[in-house]
Design a protein around this ligand. Structure first.
Ligand SMILES: Cc1cc2nc3c(=O)[nH]c(=O)nc-3n(C[C@H](O)[C@H](O)[C@H](O)COP(=O)(O)O)c2cc1C
Length: 250
């Protein structure tokens, strides 16, 4: 009951925009010189970020989350597809924003124990990661634009345990998944892979634990999937109600 009370929102509450720092102040026409003649407008400096990703809008896609309160578009429209567009490739610099989002995640004592192996389709690293996937993931993940191994640094430089490493890595992956979504990309995480094969392929040390693999890319045609997977791809997504997951809401 208490959960219900504080989790409800006013119907018409203003929605915060999804991309906070992109708002532009209105241009003010203050370009007069002292003699009163108009000065040519200055050229805008080239963006420090050369890749301008597409910005998706929320659609009426049935896979969009239904929520009892407004959430960011990138959260509502995030889901884990299996049909990726095998023709899509990422331009130079396209994943920078995604991994900047990971870099700026919170972590225990700011240890930042996340490491990433990023492999674009067609690369040797991509082939190694794909080969390490369990068969049920190999069946679809090869069409992703990139495969990423998410690695936790479980030991610090002195060899002591970093008990929050996997937790912190998970936060970083969540952050980059949402950043990817806000840039038009989708992320599908996988736990079904051969850890030892990844360790051997990328010569990971004892304190580097491959925790998950993520497929990143654009949506492809569901017809490319085997029948059983196509059905799952189109099935509605479900979640436990808020009231079930909030244990105490005093
Ligand atoms: C740690 C982790 C491991 C997962 N492992 C797999 C996997 O091996 N294969 C797979 O197809 N999906 C895997 N998933 C995806 C989940 O099945 C998916 O996130 C969940 O069903 C919720 O669906 P949604 O992401 O579309 O909301 C994994 C997700 C996480 C977070």
């Amino acid at each position: 009951m208490a959960a219900q009370r504080t989790l409800s929102v006013r119907r018409n509450a203003a929605r915060a925009p999804d991309r906070g720092n992109n708002a532009r102040a209105p241009v003010v026409a203050l370009l007069q010189t002292r003699r009163g003649s108009p000065r040519a407008p200055r050229r805008r400096r080239a963006s420090a970020h050369p890749y301008e990703p597409p910005r998706p809008k929320r659609t009426d896609d049935p896979r969009t989350a239904t929520t009892s309160a407004p959430v960011l578009d990138s959260i509502a429209t995030r889901w884990s597809p299996r049909a990726f567009d095998a023709d899509h490739s990422l331009p130079e610099g396209a994943l920078r924003g995604v991994f900047e989002a990971a870099r700026w995640s919170a972590s225990a004592s700011n240890t930042q124990p996340w490491r990433f192996i990023i492999a674009r389709r067609g690369s040797e690293s991509f082939a190694k990661i794909e080969a390490a996937l369990m068969g049920f993931n190999q069946a679809w993940a090869g069409t992703a634009t990139a495969l990423v191994v998410n690695v936790a640094e479980t030991l610090d430089v002195e060899g002591d345990e970093q008990p929050w490493a996997a937790y912190d890595l998970g936060q970083a992956v969540a952050s980059y998944s949402l950043q990817a979504r806000s840039e038009g990309l989708y992320v599908h995480q996988m736990g079904g892979f051969d850890r030892q094969a990844i360790r051997d392929s990328f010569e990971l040390s004892a304190g580097q634990e491959p925790i998950s693999v993520a497929a990143i890319g654009l949506l492809g045609d569901t017809d490319q999937l085997p029948d059983a997977l196509r059905e799952r791809e189109l099935a509605p997504r479900s979640r436990r109600p808020l009231e079930e997951i909030v244990l105490v809401n005093d």
